[in-house]
Write a protein that binds this ligand. Structure first.
Ligand code: FAD
Length: 547
């Protein structure tokens, strides 16, 4: 039996990146078919735990942020990061992070004060994906084939053909689309088919990872629960993520540089050392999820009608919680460009911008992540032998270790720079004005309207989020409500480019927005700014649409 499906865009892979991309494209009016090999409802690996503020801003626009906030850890469970000698041992320091109940109202601590309507969210991928999947299912224009694996694909001058198999029945499924996007993870078939190669560092860190059930663990701890609890001791260092806040945890055992074989390291002994429990302690292994942290980036993200996003395009050690989040940023960069192309208002250079904009950022973030991982490994390898000694000498060592760990890690857990600092300065679609974008680090950035930067978020005086007011098309932000926007609106209309005017009536905007006009793209990056509209408004519209 053969089934045939056609669509404008075929997405291979329904992980977090493929689902987000599919929802966004469909909401933009594109006919999307998503194919996922897992059967409906099968949980993904318990990997990702940190959804960035930038991703949450996107989920807000897609109408799914509220549902995501409503799941994960219990509402009042601390989302803190604790550093201890062992899970049940002495606490060295703690990075306070608001629980989801307090997420929008908390004002104290390093993880507050985010310049956004949607601060970060701590939630495991096993809770995140089902919410995204249900939202995708309810999105008009989006069809999903689960338990179906794409096995081959090829493109010609008019489209892409793929062959898949319905895994339950063994039936062949034939797929045809104008474009195909591989969101099919680290082992991506699509990446291989377009001849893209991964370059970088094959092994940064090996981690023996175990998803476990331990109902008695929390009552053995001497300190309040945390979202992430790191164990530092000279015997075996690791990290334990709270998954349901009650009895399930993911435990990462960071292997030493010489430990190159997962199976030769005693899993049970390592788990007990990291937890600080003896042979009497009972736990159950739900699954083994060992992984290798890498720093690999594809040498291209596109071959004519076919693109790759997310882990298919880059793999790095998930420091600062920035694997999936970077993939979602890829997807949101590509989505509006492809929608514009299919709807006819984007020009021939629009699709080139995806690689020109995302590849340099991907390279930068991969290095941030790897360098941080190496710094942490050095820290683990130099834990003082007497760290757990009783008395003032041990106390002093623990205080010093606590401070070092706090200072090193607050940057990755409160990584405002990774969220909001990156900019697209090498893009054919951005109209530069001579000013350089401000630099950024993992944890710091300067909000800026320099073309290419993220459009700075402010609250409007009427209480609305600027991003809510901007919607999902281009937005012309106007500081002077009397100024005449019609030349640019007319030019946009002439080209069919979706553009609305938003009056920037906001006390908060005063210091941030120094120009009377700012043109923001659908992905909330500044395309152009000026005190006067350009003499040739059509030329500006043509530039930002890639004509
Ligand atoms: C321990 C750990 C912790 C992490 N923590 C974080 C974190 O806190 N924050 C963060 O942002 N990232 C984190 N990451 C990274 C994050 O998990 C990945 O970056 C993310 O899952 C990538 O999403 P994706 O959709 O690109 O790929 P995947 O999640 O791998 O999804 C790919 C999908 O494609 C499907 N597929 C593959 N091939 C085919 C085919 N031929 N046909 C049909 N379907 C196919 C697969 O079944 C899968 O569902 C972590 C990773 C690890 C290992």
């Amino acid at each position: 039996m053969t089934n045939t499906h056609t669509a404008q865009v075929l997405i291979v892979g329904g992980g977090p990146v493929g689902l987000t991309l599919a929802i966004d494209l469909a909401q933009r009016g594109i006919d999307v078919l998503l194919v996922e090999q897992r059967p409906r409802g099968e949980r993904p690996e318990a990997k990702c735990n940190h959804v960035s503020a930038r991703s949450m801003e996107i989920f807000r626009r897609l109408g799914v942020a509220k549902a995501l906030r409503g799941t994960g850890l219990p509402a009042d469970h601390p989302a803190d990061v604790a550093y201890r000698t062992t899970f049940t041992g002495d606490e060295l320091s703690r990075i306070p992070i608001p629980s989801r109940r307090d997420r929008y109202t908390a004002t104290q601590g390093p993880d507050t004060g985010w310049p956004t309507p949607e601060p970060p969210h701590r939630i495991n991928q096993i809770y995140l994906e089902p919410v995204l999947f249900d939202h995708a299912l309810a999105t008009p224009g989006l069809r999903i084939l689960t338990h179906t694996r794409v096995e081959d694909l090829a493109q010609d001058d008019t489209g892409v053909s793929a062959q898949a198999v319905d895994i339950a029945s063994g039936a062949t499924v034939t797929l045809r689309a104008d474009h195909l996007i591989g969101c099919d993870g680290g082992r991506s078939l699509v990446r291989k088919k377009i001849g893209a190669a991964l370059h970088g560092v094959e092994v940064v860190q090996r981690v023996q990872s175990t998803f476990l059930r331990a109902p008695d663990l929390l009552q053995r701890a001497k300190h309040p629960p945390a979202w992430a609890t790191f164990s530092y001791n000279p015997r075996r260092s690791g990290n334990v993520y709270a998954i349901d806040g009650i009895e399930t945890f993911v435990l990462h055992n960071y292997l030493r540089p010489g430990e190159t074989d997962f199976e030769s390291v005693d899993r049970d002994a390592s788990i007990r050392t990291i937890l600080g429990v003896g042979a009497d302690f009972r736990y159950e292994v739900i699954s083994k999820e060992d992984w290798i942290g890498r720093r690999l980036v594809a040498d291209k993200l596109r071959e004519r009608r076919i693109f790759i996003c997310g882990d298919a395009a880059h793999l790095w050690v998930p420091m600062a919680g920035y694997g999936m989040n970077a993939g979602i940023a890829d997807a949101m960069n590509l989505s509006w460009l492809l929608a514009g192309h299919l709807q006819g208002w984007a020009g021939p250079r629009a699709l080139d911008a995806y690689e020109a904009e995302r590849l340099p950022i991907t390279e930068q973030v991969s290095r941030f992540a790897m360098n941080h991982s190496i710094a942490l490994q050095k820290e683990r390898e130099s834990v003082p032998a007497d760290l757990e000694a009783e008395g003032p000498a041990g106390d002093a060592l623990r205080a010093a270790a606590g401070k070092t760990l706090y200072d090193l890690n607050v940057k990755q857990y409160c990584c405002a720079g990774l969220n909001f600092g990156y900019f697209y300065d090498a893009s054919p679609l951005i109209a530069p004005d001579g000013e350089s974008p401000p630099g950024y680090t993992m944890d710091s950035f300067t909000p800026s309207t320099v073309p290419g930067c993220r459009t700075p978020h402010v609250w409007l005086d009427d209480g609305r989020s600027l991003y809510d007011a901007m919607g999902d098309g281009f937005a012309l932000l106007r500081l002077d409500p009397q100024a005449d926007a019609s030349p640019l609106l007319d030019a946009a209309k002439q080209r069919g480019l979706p553009l609305r005017v938003v009056d920037l009536a906001s006390a908060e905007a005063a210091g941030l927005y120094r120009h009377r006009w700012v043109l923001s793209r659908p992905d909330q990056h500044v395309a152009w700014r000026g005190d006067d509209l350009p003499a040739d408004p059509l030329a500006l519209i043509d530039r930002v649409r890639g004509a």
